[in-house]
Design a binder for this molecule. Structure first.
Ligand code: ATP
Ligand code: MG
Length: 559
């Protein structure tokens, strides 16, 4: 396993340590990550992945990847492939082969028959509406179904007939016989199996009945020898049912279910169902749109596995819940990239500069470090020539006080190059500034000029060999802190109309003609940018996605 071992202690780890110390737990620790393949994984899943694989790693145990695939209509192979890729990319290795709950359909069926035979389950013909009525409410107990006391033999025959396709969708269900008066509604004779005429991505047309999650999950865990079944808090009320299922069938293993709080992030949503709407309604460019909080979207945007794992470490694991500031996620990626992203210069909105005292037929090669604090990363070459580009925003005709960039008759240093002074502003017919004529000072390469002080340092590229590029400036997808908290409106009402701004015709230094695809660059003074391989291939020139800006306000009271 390549994941870092630097992990914060969490309450689940402490529980397991205690159990081991008291001799209550012996043997290997086995966990699992159990996604339903009905969408792509998002940052919330990353928390669960880091927790499950992290616990296994801490205790030298194992973690399975299991697809919880009991809803064939909503699931498909594309999602399975994407989920596997995302878990691997995060740096985790599951134990053995990938598992599927559907691998256990035969065994699940046999356990269902065992329950029927022991008078612990029955076939019920109430329809959905009646079922709801009989279930009662939080205040009132439920009522027994009229089918509850049907003879074991009759239920057994009906269940087999359900399996053999003798009934229609929804006509009958198999229910556990527990307690219709239980204060826990999950124990009021929950459904174990329902009829669904749907082909399954793993089992094809073999089955027309499918087991429910609450029946499938504990049995799948037990069959795999899972010791600790970690799940999110909404399953706390299901724990008695999890335990009931395992206590009432013949199975040698009884995993311990432990709940933790889901991750919620502000300015985004973490629900596959809602993310799917963004995809289906073409609000975004697919599941891996760089604005999506999906693992694949974050990967395309330039997030690294390390930054996501560190973020999960920072947020920790607890039962309290709450919402995490997306600024913390941005902080995690900045920290990682600041240390190791190669530096480069990109002029986003090019303004031509002509050095009037530099010969037109001359160029020279300047050498800059790839990373200023990390000489091991080597050097890169840029070209100095008569025509350069700087960013329009680095020039002001009438600069404000304390202006740190270029202005008429003022000097700036070009990063890694010489100091130059602006002598003339050239405008076109409409008055727009189209060129600056400047003089460079040949005695200023790596040394301060004599007798005057430049305003600051700006970035630049040479017109002679810089490369044209398009830049995607991404911002938050929603302009509302909790887009899906609005009970009346729709979360799509809160889309940020400026979540993507495309800058055409930007220019990057020549070393980026073939950009790296393993790590984002830091474009000096602008932020971190990652080559978009899909769009680069499509457009024939490098296209970069802004991962995150440089300004980090997290933890400093800002948003
Ligand atoms: P969604 O609501 O997005 O569909 P889910 O819980 O239905 O999420 P699953 O595929 O069932 O998605 O999730 C797989 C595992 O990931 C489960 O153990 C689940 O508890 C966990 N998980 C899902 N969302 C989060 C989250 N936001 N924070 C932490 N863990 C999560
Ligand atoms: Mg689910």
């Amino acid at each position: 396993m390549s994941a870092e071992s630097k992990k914060a202690h969490n309450f689940i780890q402490s529980l397991i340590e205690d159990a081991i110390a008291k001799g209550e737990h012996t043997g290997k620790v086995v966990t699992r990550f159990p996604p339903e393949p009905n969408g792509y994984l998002h940052i919330g899943h990353a928390k669960s992945i880091c927790l499950n694989f992290g616990i296994a790693e801490t205790f030298n145990g194992e973690c399975n990847l299991r697809f919880d695939d009991t809803n064939p209509e909503k699931e498909n192979q594309e999602y399975i492939d994407a989920i596997k890729q995302d878990v691997e990319w995060l740096g985790y290795e599951w134990a053995g082969e990938v598992c599927y709950a559907s691998d256990y359909f035969d065994q699940l069926y046999a356990f269902a028959e065992e329950l029927i035979q022991n008078d612990k389950a029955y076939v019920c013909a109430l329809n959905a509406e009646q079922m709801a009525e009989y279930r009662g409410s939080l205040k009132e107990p439920g009522k027994n179904s009229p089918y509850r006391d049907r003879p074991v033999e009759e239920s057994l025959q009906l269940f087999r007939d359900m399996r053999d396709g003798k009934f229609q969708n929804g006509e009958l269900v198999l229910r556990a016989k527990i307690d219709m008066a239980s204060p826990n509604i999950n124990l009021r004779d929950p459904i174990l199996y329902r009829i669904r005429y749907a082909d399954h991505h793993q089992t094809g047309s073999k089955w027309c009945i499918y087991p429910m999650y609450d029946f499938t999950h504990p049995i799948s865990d037990a069959l795999e020898g899972i010791t600790h079944s970690l799940c999110t808090l909404e399953f706390e009320d299901h724990r008695p049912l999890y335990d009931w299922v395992l206590d009432n069938i013949t199975i040698p293993c009884h995993p311990r279910q432990i709940e933790f709080a889901r991750l919620n992030l502000n300015y985004t949503i973490t629900s596959k169902r809602k993310l799917k709407r963004l995809v289906d309604e073409n609000v975004v460019d697919g599941w891996n749109d760089p604005r999506m909080p999906t693992i694949s979207g974050m990967r395309r945007r330039g997030y690294t596995p390390e930054s996501i794992r560190n973020f999960c470490d920072m947020i920790g694991v607890n039962k309290a819940g709450g919402t995490v500031d997306v600024g913390m996620l941005e902080h995690a990626i900045r920290e990682d990239l600041n240390n190791r992203a190669p530096r480069a210069m990109c002029v986003m909105r090019p303004l031509k500069v002509t050095l009037t005292n530099y010969p037109a037929d001359q160029t020279e090669t300047l050498t800059l470090p790839v990373h200023p604090q990390n000489p091991d990363m080597g050097e890169r070459e840029v070209t100095w020539s008569q025509t350069l580009f700087i960013d329009r925003e680095d020039f002001e005709v009438e600069p404000p006080r304390k202006w740190k960039r270029l202005a008429p008759d003022q000097a700036v240093r070009l990063r890694g190059g010489y100091v130059m002074t602006c002598k003339e502003v050239v405008r076109d017919g409409s008055g727009e500034i189209v060129e600056l004529k400047c003089e460079y000072d040949p005695n200023t390469l790596g040394v301060n000029p004599e007798g005057y002080k430049p305003n600051g340092v700006i970035h630049w590229v040479s017109a002679s060999d810089s490369v044209e590029t398009d830049i995607n400036l991404y911002d938050r997808l929603f302009n509302h802190e909790s887009p899906d908290s609005d009970k009346e409106g729709d979360f799509l009402d809160h889309l940020n109309p400026e979540s993507l701004v495309v800058l055409k015709g930007a220019r990057v230094e020549k070393s980026l003609a073939q950009p790296r695809t393993d790590l984002p660059y830091q474009f000096e003074r602008e932020g971190y940018f990652f080559c978009d391989q899909e769009l680069t291939e499509k457009s024939g020139k490098p296209v970069f996605n802004r991962t995150v800006t440089l300004r980090d306000s997290w933890g400093k009271g800002g948003k």
